[in-house]
Design a protein around this ligand. Structure first.
Ligand code: FES
Ligand SMILES: [Fe+2]
Length: 425
């Protein structure tokens, strides 16, 4: 993509014209099989992609299997507590070695010809092993580890590209928001309540936009806002100094803002009663002792929607959701989402959190069905693409003063997407 003068289109996917405040995305990017193939190769095969949270592998032997960027992977803690990731395919003739979604075991046994592997991926045994002349000293009959696996503050990522930069460099400015998440507890954060999985008919990048889109909040989720006001929340309660979209580098972006809803860490609403006020005050006091008032208030009051390019969203709102989503086809995606919470949270706060999580963020909550419907309507609208070709992402482009209902954060994503997709073959 280039910044060009009016009327000049030099790249097919995105047009940006600073002087005229034009930023357009060609609707072909949401429907084209060839673009999906390029995304697989140039984005999902080269970016750091989220695989899971440290709390999902507590004990040696804990494992889970997950499709990450179109690859079937095993994510496991070995007997020495080292976390590893393997391609979930047998080195013999390819069967998926681990068929359970999660569990705890000492080894993996392939169901096809019963080769077995320890938790470091080493071949342990195979029936009629004496018929093999190789002693596997070169490891060709071991499970194949993913090229790169690393974590930042307990968030684990894989990268299939041996030449990729290290994770911390890749995350860049997004570390600030991961820190604001991880710092919510002295003893660590944990994924609670399993995985929410759902799919719907819209391109995956529409959910990227939606996950960091402050503009749609009130119009799309009117019912929720009416309900929150009725429960004693107040619209326009900003409580934040940031209140503008952030470009965090490398395609990562965030919006940070106040809100009318309660936050179990640690902003009460009237519906939680006097006890809620007290609980939150005690939590804020603890945070203040650890970080000083300014950072403590930021953690307690400020919401954020964080996008880590290309497809990890951490939304720290009335609860925390971790969400990833992958394309099945250009017009369909599958979503996985988890709730994250402080390990040392009190039972009542945990109850408030999980209630809020399901109420707004869950697949049957106030928000998700509305959002899915809106994105499905966009996808259907692209049936008219040959006649109406461009999406507009220019809101707030000409203003010096930017707000969270502007679209800068989406432009951050699209520039990175275009840089990766448009370059080379
Ligand atoms: S495919 Fe796994 S043992 Fe044969
Ligand atoms: Fe929404």
């Amino acid at each position: 993509m280039s910044t060009v003068e009016a009327g000049t289109i030099i790249e097919p996917y995105i047009v940006e014209n600073q002087s005229k405040s034009i930023f357009q995305v060609n609707r072909r990017v949401f429907v084209d099989e060839q673009i999906l193939a390029r995304e697989t190769k140039k984005i999902f095969e080269t970016c750091w992609i989220y695989i899971g949270h440290e709390s999902e592998l507590l004990k040696p032997g804990d494992f889970l299997t997950r499709n990450v960027g179109g690859k079937e992977l095993i994510f496991v803690k070995d007997k020495d507590s080292q976390v590893r990731a393997f391609f979930n395919t047998c080195p013999h003739r390819g069967a998926m070695v681990c068929r359970e979604k999660h569990g705890n075991d000492k080894m993996f046994l392939c169901m096809y010809h019963a080769w077995s592997f320890d938790l470091t991926g080493k071949l342990v045994s195979r029936p009629e092993g004496e018929r093999y002349h190789s002693d596997n000293s070169e490891g060709i009959h071991d499970l194949v580890p993913v090229g790169k696996l690393d974590n930042y503050r307990g968030f684990y990522f894989v990268n299939f590209d041996d030449n990729a930069v290290d994770l911390k460099t890749y995350l860049g400015g997004a570390c600030e928001y991961i820190d604001l998440t991880a710092d919510q507890s002295e003893v660590g954060m944990e994924v609670v309540g399993g995985t929410q999985e759902y799919g719907f008919d819209a391109n995956w990048k529409l959910l990227v936009e939606n996950s960091i889109d402050g503009y749609h909040g009130v119009p799309t989720h009117t019912t929720y806002f009416d309900y929150i006001i009725a429960a004693g929340g107040q619209l326009g309660d900003t409580g934040t100094k940031v209140n503008k979209p952030r470009d965090l580098g490398n395609g990562h972006a965030a919006i940070e803002y106040g809100s009318p809803w309660g936050r179990p860490i640690a902003k009460p609403i009237a519906a939680w009663g006097e006890q809620g006020e007290k609980d939150c005050a005690a939590l804020r006091e603890k945070l203040t002792a650890r970080f000083g008032k300014e950072r403590a208030d930021r953690i307690a009051y400020n919401n954020f929607n964080l996008l880590i390019f290309p497809n990890l969203v951490i939304n720290n709102v009335m609860a925390i959701t971790i969400r990833t989503f992958y394309p099945q086809t250009p017009a369909r995606q599958e979503v996985k989402a988890w709730a994250l919470a402080p390990k040392d949270e009190s039972a009542i706060m945990r109850e408030r959190r999980l209630y809020s999580f399901l109420e707004f963020l869950g697949p049957g909550g106030f928000a998700t069905p509305d959002d899915c419907e809106a994105l499905k309507m966009c996808q259907k609208g692209y049936d008219n693409m040959t006649h109406v070709e461009w999406n507009d992402i220019s809101k707030g482009m000409s203003e010096n003063k930017q707000g969270n209902t502007d679209e800068k954060q989406m432009r951050v994503f699209w520039r990175e997407w275009d840089k990766r997709i448009s370059g080379g073959s």
